[in-house]
Design a protein around this ligand. Structure first.
Ligand code: NDP
Length: 314
């Protein structure tokens, strides 16, 4: 199990003097603004000029080049589009980055983060990876979380600064772990959203608007979320036959799939859940609880098609 520590562990770390921030999109601008609000010295750079005006009015220094930006402070925060843009931006200034700390909060896959960490280490750069569980409006309000992994010394040193943005959580020295947990969280979220859209499409056949459906679905899902803890206990215990659970034989969700088809609504989201159930019932586990479908997803089946639109790290 990876080590996970929250903000309070290193509250005595010395403050850092100033920070460079590369990337002034919606998130990078929010990160920079929160640092300025806390009175930190901030130097910013963005590929397209003109995005720094508000931050400069708030006290930031705008650098004309990446080189000028990264040499301004010992800590460089990178908030760009993806792994490829990070490499494209940092590649030409590797010599200047030697001896500095790079905190990369750009969304990457775990392996992209690991490759970036190796790349940084080879060039004498202290590398910390970050994964943001928040939207820009939450930055500074500390209502979100940011996961970190990679250099523990960098995390400890930067913690008073990191805590200005959100609740900080360190997941281990394997630089890929923050991205892994981040994407695991997002996987659950997007599948919940897809389930909502499927339900809304079914309810629309009754004349109900998506807004009306959301007013019903939202409190129902909030109540159902309490089931997660029970499912988790079954998964962690490894005994899916614990009494008191609804068995897979009780329903393979065919009534929902059929209803969706009858109403002319694409059943793909619920059919995907049904397929996970069917794998387990076919293997003779129909008498076990719903949590059994964890066994259908915990390893990639040989036939799964994986679509990727991102560029893998080198
Ligand atoms: P934006 O699309 O608003 O900004 C993207 C930034 O990346 C811009 O500064 C853009 O510069 C820069 N960029 C893109 N390509 C390149 C390149 N090839 N070289 C240099 N700079 C480049 O995105 P966000 O600020 O919203 O997101 C930034 C990161 O934060 C992403 O990885 C995102 O996944 C992550 N994140 C965002 C969240 C959000 O709610 N917004 C939530 C959690 C994580 P330019 O202005 O020149 O185009």
């Amino acid at each position: 199990m990876p080590e996970t520590t929250s903000a309070s562990t290193s509250a005595s770390s010395p403050e850092i003097s100033g920070v460079t921030l590369l990337g002034l999109g919606a998130m990078g601008s929010a990160l920079a603004a929160a640092l300025l609000d806390a009175g930190r010295s901030v130097t910013v750079w963005n590929r397209t000029a003109g995005r720094a005006a508000d931050l400069v009015a708030g006290g930031a220094t705008a650098a004309a080049t990446v080189r000028e930006a990264v040499t301004a402070h010992p800590v460089v925060v990178v908030c760009l589009l993806d792994d490829a843009s990070v490499r494209e931006t940092l590649g030409p200034v590797l010599a200047e980055l030697r001896g500095r700390t790079v905190l990369n909060v750009t969304t990457t896959t775990p392996n992209e983060s690991r490759a970036l960490a190796r790349w940084a280490t080879e060039h004498g750069i202290d590398y910390l990876d970050g994964a943001i569980m928040a939207v820009p409006a939450m930055i500074g309000a500390r209502t979100g979380q940011i996961f970190y992994s990679g250099s523990r010394t960098a995390y400890d040193r930067l913690l008073p600064t990191l805590d200005l943005w959100a609740t900080s959580e360190f997941h281990g020295t394997d630089a890929g772990l923050a991205a892994l947990v981040d994407l695991a969280m997002l996987s659950g979220m997007y599948q919940m959203f897809a389930g909502f859209f499927h339900g809304a499409a079914m309810a629309a056949k009754s004349g109900m608007s998506a807004t009306e459906f959301a007013a019903r679905q939202s409190p129902f899902l909030a109540a159902m979320a309490h089931e997660l803890g029970g499912f988790a206990k079954v998964v962690d215990g490894g005994d899916y036959s614990v009494p008191g659970q609804q068995s897979l034989d009780f329903s393979d969700l065919s009534h929902i799939v059929r209803a969706s088809q009858e109403e002319g609504v694409n059943p793909a989201p619920i059919a995907a859940v049904q397929a996970l159930i069917v794998r387990q019932t076919a293997a003779g586990h129909g008498a076990e609880g719903f949590a059994r479908i964890y066994e259908s997803v915990r390893a990639t089946p040989a036939t799964t098609t994986v679509t990727s639109t991102t560029t893998e790290g080198a």
